[in-house]
Design a protein around this ligand. Structure first.
Ligand SMILES: O=P(O)(O)O[C@H]1O[C@H](CO)[C@@H](O)[C@H]1O
Ligand SMILES: O=c1cc[nH]c(=O)[nH]1
Length: 246
């Protein structure tokens, strides 16, 4: 039963999956966003739950950190569990000063310093992009969140644009961030490009909806408590995108 990394039985996952990096965040999402959630896998402590959201079956599974880890879980979900859509709900470091802590960044493309963009098609550096349907549904779900509305709700604004998926959390190269910012890159994280690459290869749909938990220019960072509260907004947008025309 299951795959090398997922202990769930066939049929245990819904076709729609939310995917945070952190297993404890997966549990929190299951407790707060899913009705009747049940644990379906805990191999290696990577927790997965299935329940319903607004009456539709929906699952949550942690990805762990980095492209190799998210690639394993996304591939096994698409290939062996009939999953159709995965939306990553992660944290990220804001790059330009126009992105503030608590803002949500919907990743319309993922640049990367990983080899993944060049590994899949010989001689080609692939553009790693989300499903247009998911992107459009997330943009619609976020649409009413102007700066004023966001301030009233205690959250930041929603940005849509490219992100940088890095293999290096401790990347001490400001020039890289300068060059990426000059090309419109909004935030840095460690999984979106891998998820987009897997979805492209496996015939699935994927998107990353990120919350700015720290700022690479100023060094500011959210407290652990603020991180949890702010994160809910990204999860709401992600769940709405998953439901889309499901
Ligand atoms: O909060 P998550 O989803 O894990 O995302 C970010 O946090 C981790 C690094 O601290 C990396 O996985 C990065 O992408
Ligand atoms: O990967 C990440 C996640 C949050 N903040 C960063 O600077 N990098």
């Amino acid at each position: 039963m299951g795959t090398p990394h997922i202990g769930a039985a066939p049929g245990d996952f819904a076709p729609l999956v939310l995917m945070p990096g952190d297993p404890r965040r997966a549990r929190r999402i299951a407790e707060t966003f899913l009705a009747d959630a049940r644990l379906v896998t805990d191999v290696r402590g990577v927790l997965g739950y299935t329940g319903t959201h607004r009456g539709e079956p929906m699952s949550v599974l942690a990805s762990g950190m980095g492209i190799p880890s998210v690639s394993i879980y996304a591939t096994e979900l698409f290939r062996h569990y009939g999953v159709r859509r995965i939306v990553r709900v992660g944290t990220a470091g804001a790059i330009p000063h126009t992105v503030s802590l608590r803002d949500v960044v919907i990743a319309s493309a993922a640049h990367t310093d990983s080899s993944v963009s060049g590994l899949l098609v010989n001689g080609v550096s692939l553009s790693l992009t989300p499903s247009y349907r998911l992107l459009r549904a997330a943009a619609d779900a976020a649409g009413e969140t102007t700066a004023d509305v966001a301030a009233e709700r205690g959250g930041g604004v929603v940005h849509i644009g490219p992100v940088f998926t890095s293999d290096h959390f401790y990347l001490d190269r400001p020039a890289v961030f300068d060059a990426l910012e000059g090309r419109g890159t909004l935030a840095v994280e460690m999984e979106a490009a891998g998820l987009y690459a897997v979805a492209g290869s496996e015939g699935g749909e994927a998107l990353a909806v990120l919350t700015a938990s720290d700022h690479v220019r100023t060094g500011e960072a959210l407290t652990a408590e603020a991180r949890e509260t702010c994160f809910d907004r990204a999860v709401r947008i992600a769940a709405a995108a998953l439901l889309g025309d499901a």
